[in-house]
Design a protein around this ligand. Sequence first.
Ligand SMILES: Nc1nc2c(ncn2[C@@H]2O[C@H](COP(=O)(O)OP(=O)(O)OP(=O)(O)O)[C@@H](O)[C@H]2O)c(=O)[nH]1
Ligand SMILES: [Zn+2]
Length: 203
Amino acid sequence: MNEIDQLEEANVGNPGAVDLVRIEKAVREILHAIGEDPDRDGLKDTPKRVAKAYSEFFSGLHEDPADHLGTTFDIEHDELVLVKDIPFYSTCEHHLVPFHGSAHIGYIPGPEGKVTGLSKLARLVEVFARRPQVQERLTTQIVDALMEHLEPRGAIVVVECEHMCMSMRGVRKPGAKTVTSAVRGQLRESATRAEAMSLILGK
Ligand SMILES: Nc1nc2c(ncn2[C@@H]2O[C@H](COP(=O)(O)OP(=O)(O)OP(=O)(O)O)[C@@H](O)[C@H]2O)c(=O)[nH]1
Ligand SMILES: [Zn+2]
């Protein structure tokens, strides 16, 4: 049996939509390409480990934000709700290396009073972070999902990240931070926006 057949046989079913066998084959190729021996002791299980890791890194591609924002409570509150410093890891779609940092999410519930569980905001970040991403799209996808599913009066998302593609390669500037924001509805008005920003950035 050749090495690819062995990989196929070793793949014990693929519960998600990430094709583990295909990743394993590709990782073996990469190891060959960098001049390594994929069959040496330390590397022989690496393709399998990488496939498993990638299925975590990219699990958000197969998730729907509605799964998390579907649970809402009717709570009368027409002031800002803000969850800040939600840590996350994502993967830069240009280099397939991590970028990581924090997301801050605020919204003013709408007249329907749709308020979601606080943990669901962190789950929403995961849905979009666990995909090949750029930071700007991550930021707008989060805010747009909030607007669509909670119908709030307004929403704001601020994301602060360090990109490994700028730290460990290329321009090599570790510590440089990128800040992106997306604001919708009433939170675009200068006074509410300023209040939200000072709560988010005033550490
Ligand atoms: N706007 C944006 N750019 C990103 C993000 N992640 C990585 N990049 C940038 O994507 C760009 C890709 O540029 P290219 O010139 O195609 O690639 P490259 O030769 O590897 O670029 P260098 O990183 O400058 O070496 C780089 O400037 C990265 O810093 C992101 O989330 N948003
Ligand atoms: Zn990158």
